[in-house]
Design a protein around this ligand. Structure first.
Ligand code: XMP
Length: 507
């Protein structure tokens, strides 16, 4: 398989480069800068950004094996600086930092910049810059702050970009990466089926004849993973779903029935509702609730898993944005991204080996895999649902009565969203429960009851989010239904706060 190797110098965006290459149907692998790569089948290299300075003794550099391989190289940010430095150029460490948007003007629209524009808005994030080029190199573009914002050496097919073509803020970013792919001459035939094949092969070679346990939440990632692994491992995959009583209306049964009917996968459903509710009794603090739910989950799951003989592996649907990276535990050099793991603590406690085939993928790529194996849209298109479930959507104490009311209200909201074709346009929509008494009038009677809130957001990465612009009459229609159909709810409110400053979940 022909590929482009992404050499990781520790940028937050390294995986994004690999992802863009996959988007353009090119197979790519991320490799740490301090391991000599296997050069077989490599048609080109992308050098990532990174937090260091290229001209300081002992800092990350490019192996001579790469420079002597006669393959095209694209250096991005730190990668651009270190390439220029090792080739004999000069780097300036001090000076103005450039962060955010910048405009670059091109001297030359050939090769790397073919079919772009003579002036491009780009995303910069750097302190150092190249101030003089090695011999045989020419400047391709300049910005106010970076006279050498892009360079090339056409004889060697070496290119450097001070900005980040991999982020969506850079205009023509994907086109520039595509142009580099063309320089490499690599075939563009990599797709979701190939990713699937890789996962099958990985599962076959790593797991061998072993048995794998999978904690199924019913969300997109774990459901797609269960379906993929079921094809490879068949009966050696055991799926356990814990119903903690904090799931949405009919959720557990729907997941179990769906998987059974659609792909013939048998799920062990554990009803632990009473255990969870018992432990949550009287607890109001959000962090305490999260801890109790997380720990109880581990206890219940462990007890169930011990009933199954011969398990060696735990499969998790962890995707890249969930991954906590540290230099010691992975090939990646990226820094911590997000601190919650799907089923944190389980593998060590149960002494299980961890299988995480999606850990380098983004959510939309997992969805593509789901499509490739013909999972129904209702599974692939589901909005994310947090591990602690409705437990963090009821403000304050979680009780059975509040859960039941919230489940009804949430069901009304989401089914109306689907009916009005709004569900697929929003990234995450849900109802939450506010235990605040407010006065209402129903028929001729005064009521004094709790409040339901509705939230819907649009986002691509869940790090920032805008409030969905739902039609006013739609919200009013949902509100009327909730107040009429859910007992003892006095009114409905719509949350109009973006993230930041608010988070997506209320707790
Ligand atoms: P926040 O509320 O941090 O949420 O803006 C961002 C995304 O993460 C989900 N989320 C969680 N998912 N366990 C999870 O598995 C959690 O503890 C958790 N907290 C938040 C949230 O639903 C949103 O998609």
């Amino acid at each position: 398989m022909q590929k482009i190797l992404v050499v990781d110098f520790g940028s937050q965006y390294t995986q994004l480069i690999a992802r863009r290459l996959r988007e353009l149907n090119v197979y790519s692998e991320v490799y740490p800068w301090d391991e000599i790569p296997v050069l077989e089948s490599v048609d080109g290299f992308v050098l990532s950004g990174g937090p260091e300075s290229s001209n300081i003794e002992g800092n990350p550099n490019i192996f001579n094996e790469i420079l002597e391989s006669n393959k095209p190289i694209l250096g991005i940010c730190y990668g651009m600086q270190v390439l220029a430095f090792q080739e004999g150029g000069e780097i300036q460490n001090e000076g103005k930092k450039e962060f955010g948007y910048a405009k670059i003007d091109l001297n030359n629209q050939t090769s790397l910049f073919a079919d772009t524009s003579d002036s491009i808005d780009v995303w910069m994030s750097h302190g150092d810059k190249v101030i003089s080029l090695p011999e045989g190199y020419e400047t391709l573009a300049s910005s106010d702050n970076s006279p050498i914002a892009a360079y090339q050496n056409l004889e060697k097919n070496y290119f450097g970009l001070q900005f980040h073509p991999e982020v969506t803020h850079t205009d023509f970013g994907l086109k520039i990466i595509e142009n580099f792919i063309n320089v490499c001459g690599v075939e563009r035939n990599w797709n979701a089926d190939d990713i699937l094949k890789n996962i099958h092969n990985q599962a076959k070679t790593e797991v061998g004849e072993g048995k794998v346990l999978l904690a199924l939440s019913g969300g997109v990632d774990s459901t797609v993973l269960a379906s993929v692994l079921h094809k490879t491992l068949e009966d050696r995959l055991v799926c356990v779903m814990v119903d903690h009583g904090l799931l949405r209306k009919d959720e557990a049964n729907n997941v179990v029935t769906n998987l059974k009917e659609k792909i013939g996968l048998e799920v062990n459903l554990v009803n632990a509702q009473e255990t969870f509710l018992g432990k949550l009794k009287g607890i109001k603090d959000p962090e305490e609730k999260r801890k109790i739910i997380g720990n109880t989950f581990i206890e219940v799951f462990e007890t169930e898993a011990k009933k199954i003989q011969g398990i060696e592996w735990l499969a998790q649907g962890t995707i890249y944005p969930d991954v906590i990276e540290s230099a010691g535990n992975s090939k990646s050099k990226a820094k911590v991204i997000k601190s919650h793991h799907n089923v944190g603590g389980l593998p060590e406690r149960m002494n299980l080996k961890l299988l995480e085939p999606f850990r380098m993928l983004f959510k939309d790529e997992v969805r593509k895999i789901g499509k490739a194996i013909n999972l129904p849209d209702e599974i692939i298109g589901r909005h994310p649902f947090p591990g602690p479930g409705l437990g963090i959507r009821i403000i304050g104490e979680v009780t059975k009565e509040r859960l039941d009311k919230l489940r009804e209200a949430d069901h009304i909201f989401l089914s109306e969203m689907k009916k009005h074709n709004l569900y697929n346009q929003a990234s995450q929509a849900y109802a939450f429960y506010l235990p605040i008494k407010s006065v209402g009038v129903v028929g001729d009677n005064r009521i004094y009851a709790d409040v339901i809130g509705l939230r819907s957001v649009d986002t691509t990465d869940f790090m920032t989010a805008n409030v969905s612009n739902l039609p006013n009459d739609f919200i009013q229609h949902v509100s009327t239904r909730i107040v009429n159909e859910v007992e003892d709810i006095s009114r409905v409110v719509y949350d109009v706060t973006s993230k930041p400053p608010a988070t997506i979940e209320w707790e």
